[in-house]
Ligand binder design. Structure first.
Ligand code: GCU
Length: 421
């Protein structure tokens, strides 16, 4: 009898696991009906009527995102030391100064090092500067042979979980298509980048590596995950910018692609020193409305990357309607500062329409602050950006960051900063 049961189980288990396999919905007709939480209504049901009301309501929303989505950052008891590691006066045929600055984050005998690679245009003083993580090491954004390789863990062919990989020369320059440095610097912008794995390696190790290990606190269901760690790291770079006389810390544009777009949005929401925030193809847990369950869902992201968010976020696996917030409110948290959301037409996993709808539904907050907000109601045509305090474009092509995306971001920044080189 026992043998028969085992045999039947042997036959049916694979079927059960196939049945449970995640099949993303890419059919607009199958998007469930849903009601979004209203960012302009307090928890007690009263309405946000003034700027002062908004700053109170903003606090409510922010704390929900902290406790239910990204996790709370514990008190930092350590210190950060910065060291200039290299300096080149004339890089990129003389249009930029290049330097590498190492931040050592130290708490007692625990420390990690984070390397910032910085390009500053010679032509403009007080240049606005893009701050954005890279995925595989600072050496991947340039073919220059003397940019330092990261010493921390790097992924291998994006197989997250391989814990002992180190960067090597084979990756040098492999991400240059995502970093059109000459175009950016010629338009008078600076660029600063950090390898995200320096701040927190992207695998599930129980928070024993990266910045988490520099903190003393016990973990619970509200404790921070990797996205909050990456966002926190961006703020430490901002602390450094404030000490560097060559950098205009009032014009820092924090930007990120994909998972790093989620981190950029949370950094922009958490740290008001970032003048502009840009999310490139950030998708689920970033700019896309979770309740649409289009492409990647909350349940899927929490099972693939259980360490990105706090444990409370798992309560909403296949239970999005019970979320006290949705991602349009992450965009709204950035108000009144400008924010740009970008999608790619073939990147259905990230739900372009859901990213667009976040802009539409965050707009009333900007309007309540007497600003223009987001000027579109309908999804714009491909490659036709819409500019407002919230801006948006959907580019043709796949999940990526391209020269076209950068050009739109630079136009947007020029518009807001009204500077010329
Ligand atoms: C995966 C993940 C996304 C993420 C993306 C990336 O596709 O599911 O949520 O944005 O990786 O960071 O490249």
């Amino acid at each position: 009898m026992g043998k028969i049961v085992s045999f039947l189980l042997f036959l049916t288990l694979p079927l059960i696991s196939i049945a449970q396999q995640f099949v993303p919905n890419y059919d607009e007709a199958k998007v469930p009906t849903y009601k979004l939480p209203d960012p302009l209504i307090f928890k007690d049901g009263s309405a946000v009527k003034s700027k002062k009301d908004w700053s109170k309501r903003r606090g409510e929303i922010y704390h929900i995102f902290e406790k239910e989505v990204f996790g709370v950052v514990p008190e930092w008891k350590g210190f950060v030391r910065s060291t200039l590691v290299s300096l080149k006066e004339d890089e990129l045929d003389g249009i930029a100064k290049r330097k590498e600055v190492r931040l050592d984050l130290i708490n007692g005998d625990r420390r990690i090092s984070v390397m910032i690679l910085i390009y500053l245009p010679h032509k403009s003083k007080n240049a606005p500067i893009f701050l954005s993580y890279n995925f595989d090491g600072n050496h991947t954004i340039t073919t220059a042979s003397d940019v330092t390789l990261p010493d921390s863990w790097v992924s291998n062919s994006k197989e997250y979980g391989i814990t002992n990989n180190k960067a090597n020369e084979s990756g040098r320059g492999e991400a240059i298509s995502r970093w059109p440095l000459r175009d950016i610097i010629s338009r008078g912008f600076g660029v600063a980048t950090v390898y995200y794995g320096d701040v927190d390696p992207d695998f599930n190790d129980g928070f024993k590596n990266g910045v988490h290990r520099l903190f003393d606190s016990q973990r619970d269901s509200t404790s921070w995950g990797s996205i909050a760690a990456w966002a926190w790291g961006l703020s430490r770079v901002m602390d450094y910018f404030e000490t560097d006389k060559e950098i205009n810390s009032k014009r820092v544009i924090v930007m990120g692609h994909s998972r790093l777009g989620k981190a950029a949005l949370w950094a922009g929401a958490s740290d008001k020193r970032f003048a502009i925030t840009i999310s490139n193809n950030s998708g689920c847990g970033g700019a896309a409305i979770s309740r649409r369950k289009f492409g990647e869902t909350v349940g899927k992201i929490n099972s693939s990357f259980p360490y990105w968010f706090c444990d409370n976020f798992k309560k909403y696996n296949n239970n999005e309607d019970s979320m006290p917030i949705d991602q349009h409110e992450l965009i709204a948290l950035i108000a009144p500062r400008p924010v740009y959301v970008a999608s790619a037409a073939e990147d259905l996993w990230a739900d372009p329409k859901g990213e667009f709808l976040s802009c539409v539904n965050a707009s009333p907050v900007y309007k309540r602050l007497l600003m223009k907000g987001f000027p579109a109601k309908e999804m714009p045509a491909l490659n036709k950006p819409v500019f407002g305090n919230i801006s948006y474009h959907i580019r043709s092509g796949k999940h990526d960051i391209t020269l076209y995306d950068w050009q739109c971001y630079m136009d947007f920044a020029v518009h807001y900063f009204k500077f010329s080189k």
